[in-house]
Design a protein around this ligand. Structure first.
Ligand code: KIV
Length: 269
């Protein structure tokens, strides 16, 4: 969107951007350095995603991620941000039990990190919880389509919304989270034409990842954007090859140390 104002981004800024047909740009960030770089490049929304469990912490899904992990990383992102809106994922097990559980943990996330909004995976089934949080003053981002915390139920990270039953469910999910008071909705890995239909249907901004070009905004995982992922998703060709650059630099340094070329003799002079 590169919104026309240098002011702090808020949920209202994103709603206005949708009305004015401006794209919002979201990127995951998990620490202060990432937040600074993303903001300097013009990113509007920093998402402290529970993807950090996979790309930073070495878990094979997002399910082992805890509230403490999210607080640790989100607090670092918030310390570095100046203008961007900071959204934090509620991790698996921290909100599904009841609206009250979700409120207690969302309040902890907000008080201990200073974040602006929380994100919750799930559609119709989470509408009551979203409504409970929204009624108590929280900004909630919903996340539907491929919801990685449900990978054990889905059995894979494959595309959702690909048959009539899934498509109908996604329409109900999108309607339900909007009516419940979500301020935006992430659409992950669904067909582009379905994402377009949802974007046209909803008053709240849609943010796509693997959902085509017609959503109100786009979000990517930091590691996928910059060529640091072990498994690159097909919908996100990297814009740089930082993994390769880093490993070449490290290999050069290893070889210099082994050969007695590092440090250079006069490097402390
Ligand atoms: O955890 C995450 O990074 C996310 C994005 C993939 C949207 O939820």
């Amino acid at each position: 969107m590169r919104m026309n104002t240098p002011k702090q981004v808020t949920a209202a800024t994103l709603a206005r951007a949708k009305r004015e047909g401006q794209k919002s740009v979201w990127l995951t960030a998990y620490d202060a350095a990432m937040a600074r770089l993303a903001e300097q490049a013009g990113v509007d929304v920093l998402l402290v995603g529970d993807s950090l469990g996979m790309v930073l912490l070495g878990f094979d899904s997002t399910i082992p991620v805890t509230l403490e992990h999210m607080i640790h990383h989100a607090a670092a992102v918030v310390r570095a941000r100046r203008r961007a809106w900071v959204v934090v994922d509620m991790p698996f097990g921290s909100y599904q039990q009841s609206p009250e559980q979700a409120f207690a943990n969302a309040a902890r996330l907000m008080q201990q990190t200073g974040c602006d909004a929380v994100k919750i995976e799930g559609g119709e089934t989470m509408a009551e919880t979203i409504c409970f949080l929204a009624a108590r003053g929280l900004a909630v981002v919903a996340h539907i389509g491929l919801t990685p915390q449900s990978v054990k139920q889905f059995g894979s990270y494959r595309r959702r919304g690909v048959n009539e039953a899934q498509r109908a469910q996604l329409l109900r999910d999108a309607q339900a989270v909007t009516e419940a008071g979500a301020v935006a909705v992430v659409l992950e890995n669904i067909p582009a034409e379905l994402a377009r239909e949802l974007t046209d249907m909803l008053d709240i901004p849609t943010v796509g990842i693997g959902a085509g070009i017609d959503t109100d905004g786009q979000v990517l995982v930091w590691h996928d954007l910059l060529g640091l992922s072990e498994r690159q998703p097909p919908f996100a060709p990297p814009y740089a090859q930082l993994g390769e650059t880093a490993s070449q630099a490290i290999a050069r340094w290893v070889s210099d140390v082994r050969a007695g070329r590092f440090p250079a003799e006069d490097s402390c002079a």
